[in-house]
Design a protein around this ligand. Sequence first.
Ligand SMILES: Cc1ncc(COP(=O)(O)O)c(C=O)c1O
Length: 400
Amino acid sequence: MSQEIIENKKIQPSERILNLPKYIFAQLAELKQEAINKGIDVIDMSIGNPDGATPDPVVKVALEAIQNPQNHGYPNFRGKIELRKAIADWMKRRYFVEVNPEKEVQTLIGEKEGLANIALAYTNPQDTNIIPDPYYPVLCRGTLIAGGIPYFVKLKEENRFLIDLGEIPTDVAKKAKMFFINYPNNPTGAVAPKSFLQDVVSFCREYNILLISDLAYGEVCFSNYRPYSIFNIEGARDIAMEFHSFTKTFNMAGWRCGFAIGKEEFIQNLYAMKSNIDYGTSTIVQDACIEALTMDDSYVKGIMDTYDARREIVAQGFNNLGFYAPRSDATMYFWIKIPSKFKTSMEFCKYLLEKTGVLVTPGSAFGQLSDDRFRVSLVQPILRLQEVFKRFKEAGIKYE
Ligand SMILES: Cc1ncc(COP(=O)(O)O)c(C=O)c1O
């Protein structure tokens, strides 16, 4: 190589990185730190990071597992068979869905990892994937990292934040490779009736599209509401995969564990991607996951009852200030319109942080079509929530 070429050559990240939109949660973390540095007592209701502890029986099993030298080596890539069996039993018990633990289950290092890897496993550069807006970021970023092109479908309040399949042009449907859905939905809190899921499955079958259903909030439900698994829908097995997370169900965000289920061919391709990139979920965590799935249901109920009580306070608090904040049947979120005097959701969030020390997530974190809203997570105890609304009142925050 001539000297001139070497001098002009710079160490540059790939275009895949350069073209990625900024991760707004990282920006929020910076804003939070700046506020803390100024001495502000920040109440963080932005990221959906459960504030509760992981249930005791799970921690106990993990403590035992960490002392077992057999757990200190590389884990089983697929997930140990005992965990895959526990997952299959749990799917049967909670959703009446049969999966083969040998062939149709893959454990994940958190569901987020799996959602990114499945996009990489099935998306070629320039392929089109259908993605609702607003979306949980990785549902879109996986496609971008793979060099694919997202086709966004706006989730509208008048349509109960369900995707209007009629809005997807036929030429997009014909070329689409993947379709991502997430109900109960982050950030809108929407839930999907069976008829909607049936329509999505028919659509994906008609156009041969791989349907990815993200069921991270399958257990975060209130007032006896239970969501469907995509595999409760006839015909889904041929075209769908479902992704689950331990994060919200068992307060296990930091443990990094989740799983994917689907027919052997789909799981095999996810496994092919993952086994080239990672070594699987730590065996210590896997043992803890078995306990989580088999312990008494009262632990999960306790976690959900906590969110339910907070939900009441947040709904009342915002509605008293003139915001429209309906209680959803599921998820730990409120998806609320910003007051009209603010031009962007980030502008409103910065204002709120500055005036009240309360941090919420701007809608723009979830897509370009969602800049008129903000998301509130129920991750603060009741006393802090009362403090939030006291501060809002004092600062004159209201919907206008
Ligand atoms: C819709 C949705 N899917 C997936 C995840 C990722 O979960 P995990 O912590 O298992 O990676 C989240 C986390 O907030 C989420 O909101």
